[in-house]
Design a protein around this ligand. Sequence first.
Ligand SMILES: NC(=O)c1ccc[n+]([C@@H]2O[C@H](COP(=O)([O-])OP(=O)(O)OC[C@H]3O[C@@H](n4cnc5c(N)ncnc54)[C@H](OP(=O)(O)O)[C@@H]3O)[C@@H](O)[C@H]2O)c1
Length: 373
Amino acid sequence: MGDSTAPAWMRRALQLAASGPWPDPNPRVGCVLVGPDGDVVGEGHHHGAGSPHAEIEALDAAGAAARGATAYVTLEPCSHTGRTGPCTEALIEAGVSRVVFAQSDPNPDAAGGAERLHEAGVRVTGGVLAEEAEALNARWARTVQLGRPLVTWKLATTLDGRSAAADGTSQWITGEAARADVHTLRATRDAVLVGTGTLLADDPRLTVRMPDGGLAPRQPLRVVMGLRPVPPDARLRVEPGEVLHLETRDPRGALDSLWRRGVRDVWLEGGPTLAAAFLRAGLVDDVYAYVAPALLGEGRPAVAGLGIDSIGDVRRLDLDEVVVVGGDVRIHAVPRAAGQDPAGAATTDSAEGGSTTDTANTTDLLAPAAQRR
Ligand SMILES: NC(=O)c1ccc[n+]([C@@H]2O[C@H](COP(=O)([O-])OP(=O)(O)OC[C@H]3O[C@@H](n4cnc5c(N)ncnc54)[C@H](OP(=O)(O)O)[C@@H]3O)[C@@H](O)[C@H]2O)c1
């Protein structure tokens, strides 16, 4: 079989991969096994942490027909024993003659699969539609590189940057559409995190609700961080789903605990003290700011002290997307890595020139620089 068919088979494998669960601690992976006569003899995709890998599902489907077949896999087959055995050994034992994969495994514990297959006499080709495969699992690859969950800080502020009124009340700064939008994004994360300050001030439920007000079937882990106790009758305890109290003020330690529980994506909902602690520690990867055209004057700032005294030390973020959500604006921005924040550098272009037609509840004002969600 010539190489010219490889992209088409890989595209099918990518389709299978996309049907895998997300979010999940593991990447989404698809596999197609094609026999020597060009027929598909088995297909598979990963169904989530702890379940068989895509290659194993495809091999099981193929049975004896896997002998002499070519495996098209979206991720380099793993060569380590995690919760399941190494896929490389299963492919070798089944007599697969060639493996074509898209993305190399960024996980140092699982990498080396291509080499192992090659040593066993299997022909190996990597990098076919690698960009597509990487895009499918971009957030997963980043967590693997960082060795900690990604943190998305969500805040709701007035036009004058207030996150709560002087008396501590903040429900609600933004309108219904923005709050529904928050639920949609929250649903894509593994855990929702607040400090004890927000817990005690707002008594939030931190659940994901559907547009009809009902609970979404999958609920992220609800996490409270801080030394004060969580009251037994706190609303987040009453709602169905798991609640975790991390009795610490150490952001990195909290993320390490969450990582060990399989959490890869944290939705940080504040408040200003906790957000500042994560920002100071360089542990915020994405920011969703919902800005309401409203003023409070006095009140709590969006974020507590960051140790910045002068404009020369301003912390700039790269603007990714600006969207009108109902009567509010959602800004998605990405903090710059250390060393990428030259003093006095100009910000990314404003929304000028972007479409300003508000035809629906949610309107793009700026073409996304990259789809980071
Ligand atoms: N508009 C918004 O988007 C938004 C979002 C959330 C909250 N809010 C508002 O924010 C206000 C609450 O603010 P807040 O700053 O008190 O809430 P917070 O940041 O959620 O909680 C702060 C508390 O968390 C604990 N904590 C955990 N890690 C810490 C660390 N590294 N450094 C310092 N403290 C740490 C401390 O309590 P312990 O003594 O228990 O350790 C601290 O007092 C409320 O008025 C709420 O309505 C607004």
